[in-house]
Each structure stands twice: as structure tokens, then as C-alpha cells.
Ligand binder design. Structure first.
Ligand SMILES: NC(=O)c1ccc[n+]([C@@H]2O[C@H](COP(=O)([O-])OP(=O)(O)OC[C@H]3O[C@@H](n4cnc5c(N)ncnc54)[C@H](OP(=O)(O)O)[C@@H]3O)[C@@H](O)[C@H]2O)c1
Length: 274
């Protein structure tokens, strides 16, 4: 099977690329916001595309709305156009931020209601993908792992290792997900030819602050450099859902790959410490 990954240099894309046993493309970055991506996908003619490319900085999406829409919506439209013309299957990676966070442990049946622009554009992407026959939409949450760009875990590690003080919120709940574990689940779903909408995250609902304490604990770092704060103290550009935890009951019934707890995910990372 020929597999194409958009965003193959990103955190998730690079993990899928490393783990895939399929014949995997691309070998270079193609801008998904231009028609070139349509021509490239049609030329390679993959059986399946995992669409990871996105403008993922939640605060920048709030201040650079045109770029956010162009990347997350127009870019997705381009990928859908190419896949539909080839009858290739499309796997779209979406986010817990499609929910407003007034509930918790959201299921696939719950109604999205994004409260920031990033979430709005990702939801619009879902709507476009849902118009295809052969599609799988997978929502995930707070991806982390080793990567050349910082994510929450590598940022906390870098700050604590250099003994810098950091402020972490105690009132935002998510289900952090090791990107390597998520990549395995996605490849499992590709093999099984699963379609529809699924939530795939780590097994634990946890606050950012408790997550950061667990990071310090597993990596043997001093957590006294961390100050607990409330969301309103951080003045983030984009509002965050208070609780965007996702239920994984539906996916657990069909996958062989075990989903990892926070401790298990961080221990996996520590094993391959960089
Ligand atoms: N990170 C999270 O916590 C999280 C949580 C839930 C859902 N998700 C979703 O999961 C997916 C993967 O996230 P990630 O954390 O792996 O993202 P990431 O590390 O920020 O990587 C994004 C990738 O998209 C590429 N990209 C951005 N704009 C592009 C464009 N116009 N044309 C082509 N490529 C472009 C980037 O390449 P360049 O660097 O070269 O621009 C990079 O390879 C995204 O769809 C995201 O919305 C992420």
C-alpha cells in the first residue's frame, strides 16, 4: 500500500513516517495551501493519505486568522479534492479543541462548539472531510514526544533543566497523548481500514499542572520551579476549553495497540532520552 503523510516533518507526521511499514511519501514539503499539493497527490496516487499538516499554534491562530483558515481549511479542501479524484482514503487528524470544555470525557456523539479560532478551523476541516465517502477523522489531545520543535513536555523539561521558573495552569483538563503511541494506533487503523469518527488519546484526564508535576517526577527534576496558576493569570491570546478530555471507549473496542497512561507515556520517552 502507498501511504502519503502531509506534515511529515511535524511531531506526529515524523512519528508515523518512522513507524510506517507502507511505502510512504512525500520526500519533500509541498505547500498544502496551493494547487501544487493536488497535482502532487494525483501524481503519486497513494491509496491513503494521513493529513497531519496544520497551523497548530493555538494562540497564533487567534491573531493570524487568514493563515489559520488558509492552512487548516483551504489546505484540507485541497487534500480532499485530490483524494476524492483518486478514490483514495483520507485520514484527518483533528483536535479536542472542537469542544467548548463545559463538559468532560466527550464522546464522538457530543456536539462540538469551539471557543477559539484554531478549534473552529479544525472543525471546518472535519466538515469538509465528512463529505467524502472514504474518510476517517481522529481527534486527539496534547500530543507530546521527542521532536526538534518544543511541545508541552519538552518545553517543561527544558525549563526545569535550566532551573527556570514556569507558571502552569491548574484549571485546564486534557488527555495528553504520546505522539509515538498515537502514530501506532493510526497505522493500526489504516491496516484495519476503519472509517468514521474516533477519539484517540492517552488514558488519563489530567490538569496541565499535574501533568507537569508528573514530567518532573519521571525525569527526576525539581518541581519547585513550577508555580500553579489559573487560566485568567496567563492571559493566553486564545481562550482554552476548561475540560476537553475525550472518551476513548469507542476506539478501544477495535484496536490492538494499548493506549498509554501519562506515566507510561513519559516512561517510554525517558527510555529513549535525548
Ligand atoms: N500538537 C497537539 O497537541 C495536537 C492536539 C490535537 C490535534 N492535533 C492535530 O494533529 C496534527 C499534527 O499535529 P503536530 O503536533 O504534529 O503538528 P506540528 O508539529 O505543528 O506539525 C505541523 C506540520 O504541518 C506542516 N505544515 C504547516 N503548514 C503547512 C503548509 N501550508 N503546507 C504543508 N505543510 C504544512 C508543518 O511543516 P512546516 O514546519 O515545514 O511548516 C509540519 O510538518 C494537526 O492536524 C493538529 O491539528 C495536534
Amino acid at each position: 500500500m502507498k501511504l502519503m503523510i502531509t506534515g511529515h516533518t511535524g511531531l506526529l507526521g515524523s512519528k508515523i513516517l518512522a513507524k510506517s511499514r507502507f511505502q510512504t511519501y512525500p520526500d519533500r514539503r509541498i505547500d498544502i495551501t496551493t494547487p501544487e499539493i493536488i497535482h502532487y497527490i494525483q501524481e503519486v496516487a497513494p491509496d491513503m493519505v494521513i493529513h497531519c499538516a496544520a497551523f497548530t499554534n493555538v494562540d497564533l491562530c487567534e491573531t493570524q486568522k487568514d493563515k489559520a483558515w488558509l492552512t487548516n481549511v483551504t489546505g484540507t479542501e485541497n487534500v480532499v479534492t485530490a483524494c476524492a479524484s483518486l478514490h483514495a482514503k483520507l485520514v484527518y487528524i483533528s483536535t479536542d479543541f472542537v469542544f467548548d470544555g463545559t463538559g468532560k470525557m466527550y464522546t464522538e456523539e457530543d456536539t462540538p462548539n469551539p471557543i477559539n479560532y484554531y478549534g473552529m478551523t479544525k472543525l471546518e476541516g472535519e466538515r469538509i472531510v465528512q463529505e467524502m465517502d472514504d474518510s476517517l477523522i481522529v481527534r486527539t489531545s496534547v500530543l507530546y514526544g521527542w521532536h526538534h520543535h518544543l511541545n508541552f513536555v519538552t518545553w517543561v523539561l527544558s525549563q526545569l533543566q535550566s532551573e527556570k521558573h514556569i507558571r502552569i495552569v491548574t484549571d485546564q483538563y486534557t488527555c495528553p497523548t504520546l505522539a509515538d503511541n498515537f502514530a501506532e494506533v493510526l497505522l493500526d487503523l489504516c491496516k484495519k481500514d476503519v472509517m468514521g469518527l474516533y477519539h484517540v488519546t492517552g488514558t488519563e484526564r489530567i490538569t496541565r499542572y499535574d501533568f507537569a508535576r508528573e514530567i518532573a517526577n519521571i525525569f527526576g527534576l525539581d518541581d519547585s520551579f513550577m508555580t500553579p496558576v489559573r487560566s485568567e493569570d496567563l492571559a493566553q491570546k486564545a481562550p482554552r476549553p476548561r475540560d476537553s478530555s475525550l472518551s476513548t471507549q469507542k476506539i478501544k473496542a477495535i484496536i490492538d495497540t494499548p493506549l498509554l497512561s501519562v506515566k507510561e507515556g513519559l516512561q517510554e520517552m525517558k527510555k529513549v532520552s535525548q
